[in-house]
Design a protein around this ligand. Sequence first.
Ligand SMILES: Cc1cc2nc3c(=O)[nH]c(=O)nc-3n(C[C@H](O)[C@H](O)[C@H](O)COP(=O)(O)OP(=O)(O)OC[C@H]3O[C@@H](n4cnc5c(N)ncnc54)[C@H](O)[C@@H]3O)c2cc1C
Length: 311
Amino acid sequence: MATVLVVVEAQPDGQLKKATLNAITAARQLGDVHAVVLAKDASALAAEVKDYVKVVHAGSGAHLEHYLAENWAPAVADVAKSINAEWVGAAATQQGRDLMPRVAARLNAAMASDIMAVNGATLTRPMWAGAVIAEVTLSTPVKCFSVRTTEFALADKSGGGEVKAFAPAATGQTHAQFVEFKEVKSARPELTEAKIVVSGGRGTKGDFKEIEALADELNAAVGASRAVCDAGWQPNDLQVGQTGKVVAPQLYVAAGISGAIQHLAGMKGSKTIVAINKDAEAPIFQVADYGLVADLFKALPELRAALKAAK
Ligand SMILES: Cc1cc2nc3c(=O)[nH]c(=O)nc-3n(C[C@H](O)[C@H](O)[C@H](O)COP(=O)(O)OP(=O)(O)OC[C@H]3O[C@@H](n4cnc5c(N)ncnc54)[C@H](O)[C@@H]3O)c2cc1C
C-alpha cells in the first residue's frame, strides 16, 4: 500500500475545516492515509483528526501559528520524506492551492491540481477552466495533488489512528511575514459549504439588495461573478469560478450572470441551477435546469414573495 500524506487545514478558530475530510476521502483511494497538522500547538486539532487517518503528524511551533507557505512547505516536505510518502495532497482551497505547488517543488514531485476522481494511479482533473477533463498519471517517485472538494464525500471516522508529535525547525528569515488576519463576519452560511447559493452578476449593476434578500429567505450564501468583484461591488471572497471558489450546492441561483466559461467552472457541478437573465441567448441557460428570461429586479422580488406565500 502506498503511503499518502494529507495536509490538514483549520478554520480561523482552529477547528477542523471540512474540506480536509473531502481530501482524506480522495487520499484513501490512493493508499494508507497519514495527516500532518501544523499549528502553534497542534495537539487539539491532531486529536480531532486521528479518527480519520492511520497516523497524524502533529507539528507545533511558534512560527506555525499563522499559515504562511514559506513556513509550512518545508515542514510538510520533511514529514513526507520521513515517512516515504508516495503521495502528498491537500484540499484545493485557497490555502491548499498556495501550499501544494511549493511542497511539490521541494519534493521534486509532479503535481495534479484540483483532482475530481481517482482511478488506480490515474487522476481526473479539469483543464482550461473545465472545458477539458483530463486523465493524468504522474511519473515522478513522489506525487502531489490538490482535491476539488465538491467531487468527494466527507470521510467517515475509520477508527482511531495514532498521533506522533514533532517540532518542525523554524525556517529562519522568510520573505513573507504574517501581519494581520481580517475575517469578514457574516451571518450567512460559508459559500463553499452552503446548500443554497444565490449569486449576482454584472446585471445587478452593483445593487445586491434583491440577491441578499432572496439569500436570506432561503438561508443561502451569497456569491458573485468576477465582474462584480473586480468592480469592487462585492468582496473578492464571494467570487465563484475558476479564479474564485468552486461550489456545488443543492441549488445555485444565478441572476444577471452571463455564464462565461470561467464562471461555469466554479458552479456547474451544482445539483440544480436556476438562471435569471434578460438575454435569452446568454450561455448560462445552456447549463441551467430552470431558466427565466426576465429582468432580475422584477423576477427576484416576485420569487421571494412566492416563497414567503408558500411558507
Ligand atoms: C483568466 C480568467 C479567469 C476568470 N475567472 C473568473 C471567475 O473565477 N469567476 C467569474 O465569474 N468570472 C471569471 N472570469 C471573467 C469571465 O470571463 C466573465 O468576464 C465574467 O464571469 C462575467 O461576469 P458577469 O456574467 O457578471 O458579467 P457579464 O458577462 O457582463 O454578464 C452580465 C449579464 O447580465 C445580464 N443582465 C443585465 N441586466 C440584467 C437584468 N436587469 N436582469 C437580468 N439579467 C441582466 C446580461 O444579459 C448579461 O448576460 C475570468 C476571466 C479570465 C480571463
